[in-house]
Design a protein around this ligand. Structure first.
Ligand SMILES: CC(C)[C@@](O)(CC(=O)O)C(=O)O
Ligand code: SF4
Length: 463
């Protein structure tokens, strides 16, 4: 009996790399401008070339400006242009795919790779970025690597890696209405700790996982690295096959039959063993918000801070033990990122924003995860809802998910954010990031304080 992860690993194991490591064949490799240009430059400097350029995709996302009408080289941080220009030049020289700032398919790498069918069930994909685990939502074996590993993978089409232990997280039951994949992710990390994934390859399964949309699964798997997982994966099902079909880099013509037949085999055998199993009851998950400086510092909006909350985290966040975070005044709201910057995320927020205004004193910014998301949202008038509510509507990219120098919120601003990291300084020096779902971010932006969507949807506005 074999798990899905066993099958994907063994299918790609092309040799014994010694010292307990395997040599794994890499099907596709993703780069972004923060780390990609450096890796390509180092590869060229060592006199190597990209073994199969058709398998390598370079995407501009991390430091591109989010100003509409931005120039092709325009960065959101001082000196960022150099990364953009260098990555472009190195990608063109190497002959790899380049999805440049002004490409209609541009966006955050972990949003674009599924959109373009670059990420597919059964493939191995690596990227010098820790959130590559997102792509496991499609039944791919995808993990984040370092720049030197990226060089090795580009030069040889392989990577040495030690096969990780395996964990099953079975989520039984159903998420309550208004409770999202982001809430489930924060709940799991808070309950089992940011080291809870123990560097395992985690398979998510169970009724609540099958219920999730593909975009919800991408959100859940995106947060696996915040749970110290090697990666996460979800067995492909009918939703997956429907999602991946017909995309630019998906199988086409005669290949489709073969691909579909192969994809149907990608599941864990009955009785296959995992090293660890975690059982979660989806019905217990409520809308979450982080209070501290790690994603594990999260709780239900209705709960008070733990008595043993870290003094450092409390000090940084301007909180005191035992208080509730619900009702705290905020100064900023950000909706976007590879965690929650997809169309369903913007729709969830728009449902709350429609006909309402962002509270005075709150700077609210929405940056769609990709040009495709932005176009689809604009075709549905979702951008109008955001703008009428008082949100800035940005040009796609990572934007205010992380501070790269340049524009951000002022120090000590309390920001509700649909992103995945709330470390000290993540969104800027002294900025206090509270992680939450797009719906909770939107509700809080309207109220001007941390609150749940249900508070906003109560008759007569904020409870
Ligand atoms: C900061 C940025 C380059 C990064 O994408 C890096 C990473 O995740 O590897 C992040 O979200 O922390
Ligand atoms: S959106 Fe944020 S978390 Fe995702 S890749 Fe970009 S910087 Fe990293």
């Amino acid at each position: 009996m074999a798990t899905l992860f066993d099958k994907l690993w063994d299918m790609h194991r092309v040799g014994d790399a010694g010292d307990g490591d395997d040599l794994i064949a890499i099907d596709r490799l993703l780069l972004h401008e923060r780390t990609g240009g450096v890796a390509l430059k180092s590869l060229a400097a060592a006199g190597h070339r990209v073994r199969d350029p058709a398998r390598v995709f370079s995407i501009m996302d991390h430091i591109v400006s989010f100003r509409h009408g931005r120039g092709r080289d325009e960065a959101r941080s001082p000196g960022g242009e150099a990364f953009i220009v260098e990555t472009r030049e190195m990608a063109q020289t190497a002959g790899i795919h380049l999805i440049d700032t002004d490409n209609p398919a541009q966006g955050i790498v972990h949003v674009v790779a599924p959109e373009l069918g670059i990420a597919l069930p059964g493939l191995t994909l690596v990227c010098p970025d820790s959130h590559t685990c997102s792509l496991g939502a499609l039944g791919a074996l995808a993990w984040g690597i370092g720049s030197s590993d990226a060089e090795h993978a580009m030069a040889t089409g392989t990577l040495r890696a030690a096969k990780p232990r395996q964990m099953l997280i079975r989520v039984a039951g159903r998420l309550s209405p208004g409770v999202s994949a982001k809430d489930l992710a924060l709940y799991i990390i808070a309950r089992f700790g940011s080291d809870g994934g123990k560097r395992c390859a985690i398979e998510y399964a169970g009724e609540a996982i099958s219920d999730l949309s593909i975009e919800g699964r991408l959100t859940l798997c995106n947060m696996a690295v915040e749970f110290a997982a090697f990666t996460a994966l979800i067995a492909p099902d009918a939703k997956t096959l429907d999602y991946v079909s017909g995309r630019p880099f998906s199988p086409s013509g005669a290949q489709v039959e073969t691909a579909l037949a192969h994809w149907q085999t990608l599941r864990t055998d009955e009785g296959a063993e995992f090293d660890e199993v975690i059982e979660v009851d989806a019905g217990k998950v409520a809308p979450q918000v982080s209070w501290g400086t790690s994603p594990e510092d999260s709780l239900a909006l209705t709960d008070a801070l733990p008595a043993d909350a870290s003094a450092r985290a409390l000090a940084y966040m301007g909180l005191t033990a035992g208080q509730s975070v619900k009702g705290l005044a905020i100064g900023g709201a950000f909706i976007g990122s590879c965690t929650n910057g997809r169309l369903s995320d913007l729709k969830a927020a728009a449902e709350i924003l429609k006909g309402r205004r962002v509270a005075p004193g709150v700077r609210a910014v929405c940056v769609p995860g990709s040009q495709a998301v932005s176009r689809e949202a604009e075709a549905l008038g979702i951008d109008r809802i955001f703008k009428d509510a008082g949100f800035e509507w940005g040009a796609p990219g990572c934007a205010m998910c992380f501070y790269a120098g340049g524009e951000t919120f002022p120090p000590e601003t309390r920001v509700m954010s649909s992103t995945n990291r709330n470390f000290e300084g993540r969104q800027g020096p002294g900025v206090r990031t509270h992680l939450a779902s797009p719906a909770v971010v939107a509700a809080s932006a309207i109220a001007g304080r941390i609150c749940a969507p249900s508070d906003i949807l109560v008759e007569g506005g904020v409870a």
